[in-house]
Design a protein around this ligand. Sequence first.
Ligand SMILES: [Zn+2]
Ligand SMILES: [Zn+2]
Length: 139
Amino acid sequence: MAELANCPRCGAVFVQMMRPICQSCYQAEEKDFQTVYTFLKSHKNREASLQEIAASTEVDESIIIKFIREKRLRTSEFPALGYPCERCGTSIQTGHICANCSDELKRELKHHERVEAISSTSKKQEKQPIYYTMDQFKQ
Ligand SMILES: [Zn+2]
Ligand SMILES: [Zn+2]
């Protein structure tokens, strides 16, 4: 069933059917895709980086990243394609963070759970408001 939704791109209310974005944004995105794809297909641009593509096509990096995430722009076809890991900035081609960060986060999470268990008794103390002394109003 069709549902009314806000377009995540432009905020317009639209009837959500096949696509998560509204018709005009969909068309704009298709146009962007064609621009980027046409640019990349040119032999000398096959190994262009995300920044180079964005600069040459004037398509927003976030939109190009979206195409990579959606696998519309295939990294097998364009090996230099990638976008920065949200944690460390390393170039990645899938997901939000790189493999290293993902491992680290998993380790940190485990560590955090342990710390959490140990410190849960002292938590009340930490949450207390900070009291300022009146010293700062003295001359
Ligand atoms: Zn829209
Ligand atoms: Zn990373």
